[in-house]
Design a protein. Structure first.
Length: 399
């Protein structure tokens, strides 16, 4: 895509957790120190191999996710960031985020993070209520979260995001409000409010799978919120966070002025990104590819990387798919419409050499007639009703 040919976002995956949470199907697990060290070696090798090939691109954001990146020894994290800076051209203004979980990070760690160029912290709180944290299988208490938040502030971080969850089993609007009030009291710059998804292969799936089916079918549920209750929780979060001075800029994301997550915006705008580490996904030159998902294979394949061989395909890569122009246009629309700002007509033209109305004119008109979509100042976006019905609206762009 011509639009962003000189820039790149980096995602770095750290697949380590203290213990697996009951709802989590992310690629993460509990590994000993030997594996953490070998993984860091392998990751640094992969960063070097990729950097030698892509070092001319300007890195506009870095997101270190997991897993629990803050559970990795801090000197290993420093090594990883030093390697990135050595082999990539990181924009001095780049947003660099690390995910931290309460109870896994000391005050000193935050000082090290700052010293290696990390400038944004994302803390996984999920809930301020002890019973909900226990239900989720989280290792922390709300007090632990407060300490973590305080450590980050004292270390000088002025860009902190907090994750909370909606749609928990038995969650009422009143309980969600308790979490929101407790979080907003701290004035983080950014809040993500994700709704729980019951994923196969998790303890939650075993516990709630029948309820999840009922939830999807619009039937009455037993413990999970039904469709209407889910909507009520979503609207509660939206109204309260807006009332606390946060602007909703995407379905699940809210920020104080000037603090939207640049990395996520890039993802929704289809800025090319390179994923480094176990199972990490990438999108470059309209090719979507992802790394090996087995940690032992990932570590073993690092030895096969030949720095000087510029024809070599990454031996760590597991899957790759060239997107058709049609698929890329669909992605542009349904990712872009997640954002309140929607999509830009100019950017669509720059990306695909076509007018957006020439491709999606009928769909756009239909959604405008249904009162879900609006157009202004060269942009097309879902209005509040459209956002409430976003699954329906976005599906119309898939041809
Ligand atoms: S801490 Fe995060 S990545 Fe780790 S198990 Fe829990 S939800 Fe999953």
């Amino acid at each position: 895509m011509e639009l962003y040919k000189d820039i790149l976002e980096l995602y770095i995956h750290i697949p380590f957790c203290v213990k697996k949470c009951d709802y989590c199907d992310f690629l993460s697990g509990c590994y000993d120190e030997d594996i953490r060290r070998s993984y860091t070696d392998a990751l640094c090798r992969e960063i070097k191999w990729r950097g030698i090939r892509l070092g001319s691109k300007k890195i506009t954001s870095i997101y270190i996710g997991g897993g629990t990146p803050s559970w990795l020894e801090v000197d290993y994290m420093a090594r990883i960031m030093d390697t990135v800076h050595q082999y990539f051209h990181v924009d001095p203004l780049a947003e660099v985020t690390i995910e931290c979980n309460p109870g896994t990070v000391s005050a000193e760690n935050f000082n090290v993070y700052r010293s290696v160029g990390i400038n944004r912290i994302s803390i996984g709180l999920q809930s301020a209520n002890a019973d909900e944290l226990k239900l989720l299988g989280r290792i922390h208490t709300f007090d632990r979260f407060l300490h973590t938040f305080e450590f980050a502030r004292v270390a000088g971080f002025s860009d902190i995001s907090v994750d909370i969850m909606t749609g928990l089993p038995g969650q009422t609007p009143a309980k969600l409000l308790q979490t929101i009030h407790q979080v907003c009291r701290l004035q983080p710059e950014h809040i993500s409010a994700y709704s729980l998804i019951i994923e196969k292969g998790t303890p939650f799936y075993d516990r709630y799978k029948f309820d999840a089916v009922k939830q999807h079918a619009g039937m009455a549920t037993e413990v999970l919120p039904d469709e209407n209750q889910e909507y009520e929780l979503y609207k509660t979060a939206q109204m309260q966070l807006v009332a606390h001075g946060y602007e909703q800029y995407e379905i699940s994301n809210y920020a104080k002025k000037g603090h939207v997550c640049q990395h996520n915006i890039g993802y929704w705008k289809r800025v090319p990104y390179l994923g480094l580490g176990l199972g990490a996904a990438s999108l470059m030159d309209e090719v979507r590819f992802s790394n090996e998902r087995n940690i032992h294979d990932y570590i073993a394949h690092a030895d096969d990387l030949v720095m000087e061989n510029f024809n070599q395909e990454s031996p760590m890569m597991e899957e790759s798919e060239k997107l058709s122009r049609q698929a890329a246009m669909e992605e542009f629309m349904f990712l872009g419409l997640r954002m309140n700002a929607g999509v830009s007509r100019t950017e669509f033209r720059q990306a695909f050499g076509l007018e957006i109305d020439g491709v999606y004119g009928q769909t756009i008109q239909r959604l405008r007639d249904e009162g879900l979509l609006e157009a202004a100042e060269g942009r097309i976006f879902l209005n509040e009703r459209g956002m409430d019905l976003s699954n329906y609206a976005m599906a119309l762009f898939l041809q």
